[in-house]
Design a protein around this ligand. Structure first.
Ligand code: FAD
Length: 452
């Protein structure tokens, strides 16, 4: 039933413009929902939707550790926005300012002048970035683990360091190359550490000069527990498993500096490492500081239980960028994870439709059900709905759960094909680090031509 509000809009012929800032979990899933619920309005032109993101794809972040380990092709952990959202106008570039009072965003395309885009409804879905600390050397020596680019660069780096160590005779060069450090023991850190360690263990069979005892994997964690997402008991079990695999866990320890790759930790240890991965938490995307929308004390967009921005009309927010009150746990906020983001996106989509139709908006309600994590091939840990699983069953659950969640049937089939192939063939452990500097070879050739 078309409400009076919408009839008015159609009669005026002024299309309502919804602008979605960010094409990750919240952006993609809310746009998918709107594409369905507003099908008729999109067809008759009374509503149009624009989604803005610097990338042309959504990254399924929980699969990044498997992509880094070479179990899934990097292309299969992303969903191409234009193909998945045919009724939505996709603009690649970033939003550098939101002026909600004037209902405009400033859009910065990768080339050409920035321009103002007008809207009637805005969705803030720009997610989060790595939360870093002013640690000497961190900016130059470390890498994050949030994007597909970082995951693949890390994979290439780890394998090329095995190549380097296997070809070197200098013990210091070998030790530095074979020492890998991960800072932060949450989801991202533990999964990245466990999957990459598993990959190196698998890869060294092809490196006669490297023995398992030569590899040093170190986790630095400021608190006294890891993987809080699966609860204390399973977190402790995971820690034991990692220690049994020879991984060093430095608990209640801080990274003090890492200038030039010289790692100094608060327990007095000091060693060289060519790989430092920083996964010690996230903070809201910096776009929050260039808006006139209200922020909470943690710098997130202040959001209501109905996923509207508190105190203003025509603005919605969800996911890592938003401080959404957890109605199942009064006084607390929803944690920044995919479990909430994907569910919030659906409610947000429905609430925008209701808002345009002048109908009642719904509260977002979801009780955190626990989590699953992959710890390398055939190894995992899970605590979901109070059911605790370890090892192979947990790993199987991790894979089936994420397969059911990864967007589009196309991606699901491709991921299953990757996994099936790896049943019959060993994973590829070759570094294509060269693709990060594709012009080096040509430049050298051009220079040598000049000398002739
Ligand atoms: C390695 C890793 C593993 C994880 N594993 C799990 C897991 O197993 N389970 C789980 O529940 N959660 C997991 N998470 C967390 C989960 O992925 C995030 O909570 C989720 O992606 C948040 O969704 P979002 O839409 O808020 O942000 P994102 O999915 O990060 O999307 C934000 C989007 O906004 C875009 N953007 C940023 N700034 C701008 C701008 N100025 N203008 C336009 N666009 C912009 C970005 O390019 C990005 O595409 C994991 C995260 C990582 C990094």
């Amino acid at each position: 039933m078309v409400s009076q509000a919408l009839e008015g809009i159609v009669a005026d012929r002024k299309p309502q413009h919804i602008v979605i800032v960010g094409g990750g979990y919240v952006g993609l899933y809310s746009a998918l929902r709107l594409q369905r619920t507003l099908r008729r309005e999109l067809r008759d032109g009374s509503v149009r939707i624009t989604l803005i993101d610097p990338q042309s794809y959504m990254t399924y972040q929980p699969f990044l550790p498997e992509a880094a380990a070479g179990n899934i092709s990097p292309r299969h952990v992303v969903a191409p926005l234009r193909r998945v959202l045919p009724k939505v106008r996709i603009l690649n570039g970033k939003v550098s300012k939101v002026h909600h009072e004037a209902r405009t965003v400033t859009f910065e395309p990768p080339a050409g002048e920035s321009r103002e885009i007008e809207y009637d409804v805005i969705v803030m879905a720009a997610g989060s970035i790595s939360r870093t600390l002013p640690i000497p050397g961190l900016e130059d020596a470390a890498i994050g683990f949030k994007t597909v680019g970082e995951a693949i660069a890390l994979r290439n780096r780890v394998i090329s360091l095995l190549d380097r160590a296997d070809s070197a005779e200098d013990e210091d060069v070998r030790r530095r190359a074979l020492t890998f450090v991960v800072v932060g023991g949450g989801f991202a850190g533990i999964e990245a550490l466990a999957e990459l360690e598993d990959m190196t263990e698998d890869a060294i069979r092809y490196y006669p000069g490297i023995d398992k005892k030569d590899l040093r994997w170190v986790l630095i964690e400021a608190s006294n527990r890891i993987l809080p997402e699966v609860g204390p008991e399973m977190g402790e079990w995971t820690a034991e498993q990692l220690r049994e695999r020879g991984i060093e866990l430095k608990m209640e320890t801080f990274l003090q500096s890492c200038e030039g790759g010289l790692v100094k930790t608060s327990d007095g240890d000091e060693f060289e490492s060519a790989t430092i991965v920083w996964t010690a938490g996230v903070k809201p995307s910096p776009i929050v500081n260039s808006t006139d929308l209200p922020l909470d004390e943690r710098g997130r967009i202040k959001t209501t239980t109905r996923l509207t921005v508190a105190g203003v009309k025509g603005a919605f927010a969800a996911g890592d960028i938003a401080g959404v009150p957890d109605v199942t746990n009064p006084g607390q906020f929803c944690a920044p994870n995919a479990q909430h983001a994907v569910r919030q996106a659906r409610v947000l989509g429905d609430n925008i439709t209701a808002y345009l139709r002048g109908e009642e908006l719904k509260d977002y309600r979801h009780k955190y059900v626990g989590s699953v994590a992959g710890l390398g091939l055939h190894r995992g840990v899970a605590n979901v709905y109070g059911i605790k699983l370890r090892g192979l069953p947990a790993w199987f659950m991790h894979r089936t759960y994420h397969l059911s969640r990864v967007p589009t049937v196309n991606r699901k089939v491709r991921v299953v094909m990757d996994w099936t192939l790896s049943l019959f063939f060993r994973r590829e452990t070759v570094s294509l680090g060269e693709i990060e500097h594709p012009r080096d070879e040509f430049r050298a050739a051009a220079k040598s031509g000049l000398k002739r």
